[in-house]
Design a protein. Structure first.
Length: 249
């Protein structure tokens, strides 16, 4: 198996792209794809599908945790080329269309360029398409509350703060939480490893992101697939509590 692809459990695969992860939830000849990495990850995304025996047209839907460039980089390409539905929280739809853009600015990054890891990360992000226009022209809200009728029966978990309508996804049958950027385990701009919030400059509202850890603590899962960093095995409740403790020190 590819070094960048981890078999998490059942037929769930975590894939490491350009400092960002996406997740393949396979069910026979179909799958749910959660996030898509940077625009520059497109070829790697297709290769990861091929590695688990799937073609791009096998993707039943793309679920978006939030509409930052490093998570929706290939969403529009798949939607246009293969007719793949792109689903997210109803109030994240406008963000995905780029009616507005709510992510860290170049100015905010430059103001922190002296911090360890920030400048190398910024250069890498630019090369991967971090500022490239990638609006999704046909995003869709979740059709109904609760579990979605997709491979893995994912359940959206509203975890605002990183963006206002960020959603993690719980896979109850597999005991897995796909955390997006609500709870991560590492980042090139972070000095620590293990469960944590992203550094403050990345959040729309850091206090709200901290509060969202309470929501994460209520999810019955024992594997966390974060948006950034390696897969974490162990009670997600404990991981969220550890992240909170680190955040308030």
């Amino acid at each position: 198996m590819r070094d960048d692809l981890v078999h998490v459990g059942d037929e769930v695969y975590a894939v490491s792209g350009s400092n960002t992860n996406w997740v393949i939830v396979k069910d026979g000849a179909s799958c749910t794809l959660i996030d898509t990495g940077y625009p520059g990850d497109h070829d790697a995304l297709l290769a990861s599908l091929d590695a688990v025996g799937l073609a791009p047209e096998s993707v039943a839907a793309i679920l978006v945790t939030h509409a930052h460039n490093d998570h929706i980089g290939s969403a529009e390409r798949l939607r246009v080329t293969h007719g793949t539905p792109v689903l997210m929280h109803e109030e994240e739809v406008a963000h995905a269309r780029r009616d507005f853009l709510d992510q860290v600015s170049v100015g905010q990054v430059l103001a922190r360029a002296w911090r360890p890891g920030v400048l190398p990360w910024a250069v890498h992000a630019l090369r991967a398409g971090g500022t490239r226009p990638v609006p999704v022209h046909g995003p869709r809200p979740f059709p109904a509350p609760g579990a979605l009728d997709l491979p893995g029966a994912p359940v959206p978990v509203h975890t605002p703060g990183h963006t206002w309508r960020h959603c993690a996804y719980h896979l109850p049958g597999s005991g897995i939480l796909v955390g997006g950027d609500a709870l991560v385990t590492g980042h090139p701009t972070s000095r620590v490893t293990g469960p944590q919030l992203l550094p403050g400059m990345f959040h729309t509202d850091r206090a709200c992101a901290l509060d969202a850890l309470t929501v994460v603590e209520g999810v019955d899962a024992d594997v966390l697939v974060p948006g950034h960093g390696p897969v974490h095995r162990g009670a997600v409740k404990a991981a969220a509590a550890a992240a909170r403790e680190r955040a308030v020190r």
